[in-house]
Design a protein. Structure first.
Length: 103
């Protein structure tokens, strides 16, 4: 009920001011990616990221919300990658044993 009243209030304000407020579009794909990234950070689980240019498997070091990018450490190749969120096509959480077997 509270959300309905907030929506009604927003519509009334738009009508009275005669100018609609700018609404941000909701992207289900980006919300799904961010949820998977946050889960990987909390669990310290390895992830596999598929982007436009390459695919990388490793542990997530940092998710920078302001810059919209992910910093990923690939321990197999001893490489750190910075991948912008808009280039990521798919994020998959991996079992923790998948990186332990590589050593």
């Amino acid at each position: 009920m509270k959300s309905f009243l907030m929506l009604l209030k927003s519509i009334l304000i738009d009508f009275i001011d005669n100018k609609p407020q700018n609404k941000h579009s909701i992207s289900l794909h980006s919300n799904h990616l961010i949820t998977a990234i946050n889960n990987a950070l909390q669990e310290q689980a390895p992830i596999h990221i598929i982007s436009h240019e390459k695919s990388v498997t490793g542990t997530l070091i940092k998710y920078d919300k302001l810059e919209g990018q992910v910093i990923l450490n690939d321990s197999k190749n001893n490489l750190t990658s910075i991948i912008p969120l808009n280039e990521i096509e798919k994020v998959t959480l991996l079992p923790k044993t998948s990186t332990n077997n590589n050593h």
